[in-house]
Write a protein that binds this ligand. Structure first.
Ligand code: ZN
Length: 134
């Protein structure tokens, strides 16, 4: 396991177990992404299909990617980062929380890469966005 995989696994969401086990439907994925973006102080756009992602970014996504974030290049950042979530690899709400904050850390703090500080920021997002009641 790489250090990045390890740091990803160490992220902790705050959903109740029954909520965490529920399917992450498109509404959930989009709504939670915007909630985490608000907590990060940014606006993002979110897409759930790879074709749209490729068309809008000119980049490919691997079929094994749970998510991706497009922020442009250093010095030429896009005003609204684009986040892609792969529904097949975010099957439950609990798993989706971790993928969303991972991509949000790239969208909000792109220069941090996969350093520990990036994952600290991702955990802070998980800590401040309240879990829905049901
Ligand atoms: Zn990453």
């Amino acid at each position: 396991m790489t250090i990045t995989q390890l740091r990803t696994q160490e992220l902790r969401h705050h959903l109740d177990p029954h909520l965490a086990a529920m399917p992450a439907d498109p509404w959930w994925l989009v709504t939670r992404t915007h909630q985490f973006a608000a907590a990060a102080g940014i606006t993002v756009d979110v897409v759930l299909d790879a074709v749209t992602w490729c068309r809008r970014t000119g980049l490919q996504v691997g079929r094994w990617w749970a998510g991706a974030a497009f922020v442009g290049e250093p010095g030429a950042r896009v005003p609204v980062p684009l986040i892609y979530l792969n529904r097949q690899l975010c099957p439950t709400r609990g798993q989706a929380e971790l993928v969303i904050v991972h991509e949000m850390m790239h969208a909000r703090w792109p220069s941090y890469g996969h350093r520990k500080i990036a994952f600290d920021r991702a955990q802070q997002l998980l800590d401040v966005v309240p879990a829905p009641r049901s």
